[in-house]
Design a protein around this ligand. Structure first.
Ligand code: SF4
Ligand code: SF4
Length: 418
């Protein structure tokens, strides 16, 4: 039987502990933009006291980032995401999804569209770096500019050799498949290459699996349930052909989605296969952390680590990315005040809720500017693009990179690559 998506909300005792963790409540101060307020609205939707056509219901639930910062702080263990997704699924049947969002979802969900789209995007990327400002077009170019490779190894086909921990680990072979994704594959090929190399230095054999597709997270968050299911089924089927493999994911949003494929595919013939895939899915930093990671060369660098919401809150992975950074001698992790709060990217949120997204981003940029960091590290493409564009709009040339890019650079300096 399909589980009731609202059941995770029934434990709410309306204590309000979650309010200060909610980025939208911190900006608007409106109870209906808080987790507690939204849980009341979702409860009314479940009981039929509010209809999915209700404009206030749509307004306040559309403003939710889906960042899930409200979940780990809740003493009652409320599970919020399934009910939010269900509300979005119902909204999608009664009101149009904004066309820029619909276009984005069509592009990322169809290889025949996304391959040429990202090819053109890579062509114009060098020009994007010349655009400055905070207008909507300038922010879009800022996002594209933030996808450039920034570390050692750019454009070179390094080959890795195993480090000390890798040699120890080689006694118990460990093969992982790289999840390629849509935006990661289209604009962050350098992060995929860094992921592969750093995993290899740490003793993993990385294999390619054909037939995989976009993870479908953006579609699920926008309420396009059938599209999300289609993409989930494609991925589950592709990886099911390699049943012993673990899946390495370097995009927090994709990892969170794949780890919940069994919920998405409840009652589907692939539910059990999806559950097995979810159990073997790891963020790349978890795989690196469990293997050591091998220490790299010294890099005197102040780095602000900004945990992606879908890694910290949805997957509850907090220590592994820090272990990856700590494998670089000389690297100093500097704290910043807004680390636990969303950057305002949240999939297509920066397109559908532009003003609120910018207000949330502003807090993040302010905190990073004060941190004294020379580099920002975060493990999700949307966060890299959003924070990168925000810093550029403010006139700050702080590079934003994936943590594995820094480890990769450190390994290159240590001579692990030839
Ligand atoms: S979701 Fe949790 S923290 Fe928030 S009001 Fe309900 S019980 Fe309290
Ligand atoms: S998911 Fe994020 S934005 Fe939505 S209610 Fe929870 S904390 Fe607030």
């Amino acid at each position: 039987m399909t589980p009731n998506p609202f059941s995770g909300l029934h434990a709410c005792v309306h204590c309000g502990f979650c309010l200060q963790s909610c980025p939208t409540f911190l900006v608007t101060g409106d109870e209906s933009d808080s987790p507690r307020g939204r849980i009341v609205l979702l409860g009314a939707l479940e009981r039929g006291e509010l209809q999915e056509t209700d404009p206030d219901l749509i307004l306040h639930l559309d403003r939710c980032l889906g960042c899930r910062a409200c979940e780990p702080v809740c003493p009652s263990g409320v599970s919020y995401a399934p009910a939010l997704e269900e509300s979005r699924r119902r909204f999608a049947t009664v009101r149009p999804i904004p066309w820029p969002v619909r276009l984005l979802l069509a592009i990322v969900g169809e290889p025949v569209l996304r391959i040429p789209f990202f090819t053109v995007a890579r062509w114009i990327r060098p020009l994007a770096s010349l655009v400055r400002g905070s207008s909507a077009p300038a922010m879009m170019f800022g996002m594209l500019a933030a996808t450039r490779a920034k570390g050692v190894g750019n454009g070179r086909r390094w080959r890795s050799r195993r480090g000390p921990a890798g040699e120890a680990r080689a006694q118990r072979p460990s093969m992982v498949a790289l999840f390629r994704g849509c935006v990661m594959d289209g604009l962050f090929g350098h992060v995929h290459r860094a992921t592969r190399r750093t995993l290899e230095v740490n003793g993993y054999r990385v294999v390619e699996v054909s037939g995989q597709d976009c993870c479908g997270a953006l579609h699920a968050h926008a309420g396009l349930h059938d599209e999300a299911v289609r993409l989930a089924r494609a991925n589950v089927s592709a990886f099911a052909k390699h049943s012993g493999l673990w899946l390495a994911v370097n995009s927090a949003g994709c990892g969170a989605q794949i780890r919940e494929y069994d919920r998405l595919l409840a009652d589907d013939s692939l539910e059990e296969t999806a559950r097995r895939l979810a159990a073997r899915t790891c963020d790349v930093t978890e795989l690196l952390a469990v293997a050591g990671p091998v220490q790299g060369a010294r890099m005197e660098l102040k780095v602000a680590y900004d945990p992606p919401c879908h890694l910290l809150h949805a997957q509850r992975v907090s220590e592994a990315p820090l272990k990856v950074l700590q494998a670089i001698p000389g690297l100093e992790i500097v704290p910043h005040e807004e680390a636990a709060l969303c950057c305002g990217s949240a999939g297509s949120y920066s397109l559908s809720q532009r003003e609120l997204s910018l207000a949330i981003l502003e807090r993040k940029v302010e905190a990073l500017a004060k941190s004294g960091a020379q580099v920002v590290a975060t493990g999700n493409p949307g966060c890299i693009m959003q924070i990168g564009a925000g810093l550029r709009a403010r006139g700050l040339d702080l590079p934003v990179v994936h943590p594995v890019e820094l480890l990769d650079r450190s390994y290159a300096l240590a001579g692990y690559y030839s």
